[in-house]
Write a protein that binds this ligand. Structure first.
Ligand SMILES: [Cu+2]
Length: 354
């Protein structure tokens, strides 16, 4: 019964809508009701084109004004400024081209809007014009690619013989990082995922028989780096694709299961010094203001925050990817040596477990 009533009600509503549209149509008699755009319609669309141009320009300016401070601040590695100039030049070029081409696009859409009696000009081709708009992008892009390649070669400084580097392994797994220092001999012992033995605390699968591995030091919580020393990172992954991302040092490299990837940089600013950086100080202040408010409301994540460098994962590797991180401490060589002294070597860890 209810179903029948519902159907009847729906039917009546449909009839009412149909009747109302009929009345609306009748009331339109006498006004122009053509589907073909007239000069007035075209003019409105022409102005709307201009309106959209202004909208995207304003949106760009607003985005920079509102979120400009979340861009990466002072680079903390030797190659950082070089990397930043490549980024800035590329972005400046993109913005310049985008501002000019968008303005031309919408200006011409307005200028050549439809008008009664106006006919499009048939213009087959123009070799000179085509040459110009081909050769300019070719030169600019080739220059940019060459500049990028030179920068890349200069950044990928993984020569172990030069500059007295420290070799550190970054080991990625769902969802944490571990760091392995090569020890006094500065050579990492062989390691394989099959040799992982949790009972012996051999979390990285270091080969117990390899003499190079005996003095290796594994850190599961913090990555300590001495300032001014070249560091060569060797990345491994236990399970899926991860990416070691250290934004303050302008460093990122994928961690691929079954192979070792490399990256190197020289940290130039200690954690203590970076905390004094005006950009960082401002960020910390801003976050602590938010945290103070949370504290007042009794929410969690409300403790005052202090800046630390961080190693993040930059490949979406699973549900806890967002929190896959490790604190990085950049300190003086003396502080680094003192920290290293407190760490257990692999040999000691194994002996303790047995
Ligand atoms: Cu990951």
């Amino acid at each position: 019964m209810t179903a029948l009533l519902t159907i009847i009600v729906l039917l009546l509503v449909a009839i009412a809508i149909w009747q109302m549209t009929k009345i609306f149509e009748l009331s339109q008699v006498g006004t122009e009701n053509s589907q073909i755009a007239n000069d007035k319609d075209n003019k409105i669309n022409g102005y709307l084109m201009f309106g959209f141009l202004i909208f995207i320009y304003l949106l760009t300016i607003y985005s920079f004004w509102e979120w400009g401070d979340v861009l990466l601040g002072t680079p903390a590695s030797k190659h950082g400024p070089e990397y930043d100039s490549l980024m800035h030049i590329s972005m400046a070029l993109i913005f310049f081209v985008q501002i000019v081409t968008q303005a031309l696009l919408y200006f011409f859409a307005y200028k050549y809007r439809g008008q009664k009696g106006k006919k499009a000009l048939f213009y087959a081709d123009n070799d000179k014009l085509e040459f110009i708009w081909t050769i300019i992008p070719v030169i600019v892009l080739a220059g940019l690619i060459l500049y990028g390649l030179f920068t890349w070669t200069s950044l990928m400084d993984i020569d172990e013989e030069e500059g007295d580097p420290i070799i550190i392994e970054l080991y990625a797994q769902q969802f944490n990082w571990k760091a392995r220092y090569a020890g006094a001999d500065n050579v990492l012992g062989k390691a394989n995922v099959r040799l992982i033995d949790i009972n012996k605390n051999n979390v990285l699968g270091i080969d117990e028989t390899d003499p190079y591995g005996q003095d290796d030091v594994v850190s599961q919580t913090e990555l300590h780096l001495p300032v001014g020393r070249k560091i060569i990172f060797k990345m491994r992954s236990q399970d899926v694709l991860h990416s070691a991302y250290m934004p303050h040092f302008r460093a990122q490299m994928n961690c691929v299961p079954g192979m070792i990837t490399q990256f190197s940089f020289t940290p130039t600013i200690t954690t203590e010094e970076m905390r004094m950086d005006p950009g960082i100080a401002e960020k910390v202040q801003h976050i602590n203001k938010i945290r103070a408010k949370r504290r007042a409301n009794g929410d969690d994540n409300a403790d005052p925050w202090e800046f630390d460098y961080v190693l993040l994962c930059n490949k979406i590797c699973g549900p806890s990817h967002y929190n896959m991180q490790m604190k990085i401490v950049v300190e003086t060589q003396e502080e680094f040596d003192a920290w290293m002294k407190e760490q257990d070597t692999f040999k000691k860890t194994i002996a303790a477990a047995e």
